[in-house]
Design a protein around this ligand. Structure first.
Ligand code: ADP
Length: 427
């Protein structure tokens, strides 16, 4: 199946086209035909498209909304310029998979989009007022461009964490706030945590029940997840993505009393303080320089730059503290998996986080750790008790695969599948 994966933001649209079906999924042979993004939708938009062979094409166009941006994307995909011979018309797209940020307690798995599901996503707007409305616009735009014949699937950032038990997702706050306002921990980056968990499981040939891990998604946003029996049992992000680890510009865990204190001292509203906690804190706030870990690592050896050193130390310390907490709360794990821009590409940060985890049985293989930059593999020694792995994440691929699963299970019309395997045999 040719699956178009969409991630619609407030003024941006990211996309990929992935060819996948149950047989390709079972053999890990999915194929990416192209990817790209459009920025500054609403003004003179900038489109950057990448063809299958990696060539980059850049265009500008007046695109006033997500629907016109999607129409532009589809015209490029079906044009000679994209070089995609498999797709000559919009009708050659078999299904569309959407990244949706918040599924609240309504969606514990990816789902085929119906009118009722769309209402459910709307009901979650209160929980993600900055994201769900854009995701809904993306869905409506795809309905407009492809019509009702093309099935669409929503894949939620939150759904993987719906398996957390009550004692992990409830805050120690007046209990009726949970019932009245849905105040609880939801967790995010679920697609990434799930992708690396499933990949680890297939690399190690484990059953779900045997899969006990701590997954560390370290990018601009960062989160850690405790996986027991293949399911998320705790995660560091909470009601919003602000809680937990130190991130590029987000503070992670802080004492909530700081908010009103700073509001009073600086003459700000609590909403304004919250914006600072989201956009001017974390690595950027401590270093006063940047949220970009590559730059911080380059500056690290400058003896003048105490704050750069501090930013990196606090980042790694908090990550190690969460690993320790999850090891204790889960009663141990078999491995730590690093992913995300920092987790996949920075041997230095991985080494700093793993330093001091020898007590838990983790011995870092320094050579493998240095070698694995953007590559998959084991970075702990063979005799470690607690292992460490690097697994590059691929959220779009998981969205495409979930789209295939949902469509083949629930779409009323039979979809063309390129092989004769029964769906149940390979799912
Ligand atoms: P997002 O969360 O926005 O998807 P990414 O997962 O791409 O972000 O991660 C971005 C982060 O990864 C940035 O802090 C960037 O500096 C960092 N990063 C990328 N490559 C490297 C590298 N080689 N070494 C250290 N950090 C890196």
């Amino acid at each position: 199946m040719n699956v178009l994966v969409l991630n619609a933001g407030s003024s941006s649209l990211k996309f990929q086209v992935i060819v996948t079906d149950p047989e390709r999924i079972a053999r890990n042979r999915d194929e990416r035909l192209c990817r790209g993004h459009i920025e500054r939708i609403g003004a003179e938009a900038i489109a950057t498209f990448h063809t299958r062979d990696g060539a980059r094409q850049k265009f500008t166009a007046a695109l006033h909304d997500v629907a016109s941006a999607l129409d532009y994307v589809v015209r490029w995909i079906t044009s000679e310029e994209s070089g995609i011979v498999e797709i000559r018309a919009a009708a050659d797209i078999d299904a569309v998979g959407h990244r949706v940020v918040h599924g609240g307690e309504l969606f514990s798995e990816s789902t085929l989009i119906t009118a009722e599901v769309l209402c459910g996503i709307e009901d979650c707007i209160d929980l993600a007022p900055l994201h769900n409305p854009d995701n809904i616009q993306g869905i409506r735009a795809a309905q407009h461009v492809f019509g009702p014949e093309v099935p669409q699937v929503a894949v939620f950032d939150t759904s993987f964490h719906q398996s957390m038990p009550e004692h992990a997702y409830l805050y120690a706050l007046p209990y009726h706030w949970y019932g009245r306002y849905n105040i609880r921990r939801f967790g995010f980056h679920g697609t990434s945590h799930r992708f690396v968990t499933e990949r680890y499981r297939s690399l190690r040939r484990l059953s779900s029940e045997q899969t006990n891990l701590i997954t560390m998604h370290l990018g601009n946003g960062c989160s850690a997840t405790a996986i027991r029996g293949g399911r998320s049992v705790d995660t560091s992000m909470g009601m919003t993505p602000l809680e937990g680890l130190v991130m590029g510009t987000r503070c992670g865990d802080i004492d909530p009393a700081i908010v009103s204190l700073i509001a009073a001292k600086e003459g700000l509203s609590t909403q304004e303080v919250e914006v600072i906690l989201n956009t001017q804190s974390g690595l950027l706030g401590i270093s006063g320089l940047t949220n970009d870990m590559r730059v911080l690592l380059r500056e690290l050896n400058d003896p003048e730059d105490r704050r750069v050193r501090l930013a990196v130390e606090i980042f790694c310390y908090r990550a190690r503290k969460y690993i320790g907490a999850f090891l204790a709360s889960m009663g141990g794990a078999d491995a730590i998996v690093f992913t995300g821009g920092i987790g996949e590409n920075s041997p230095e940060i991985r080494a700093r986080i793993c330093e001091g985890l020898e007590w838990a049985g983790l011995k870092l293989d320094r050579y493998s750790n240095q070698r694995l930059v953007g590559l998959e593999g084991q970075i702990s020694t063979a005799d470690s008790i607690l292992h460490a792995f690097v697994i590059p994440t691929d959220e779009e691929l998981l969205i495409a695969r979930d789209t295939v699963h949902c469509v083949l299970r629930k779409w009323p019309r039979p979809m063309p599948v390129e092989n004769s395997l029964k769906v149940e045999e390979v799912l």
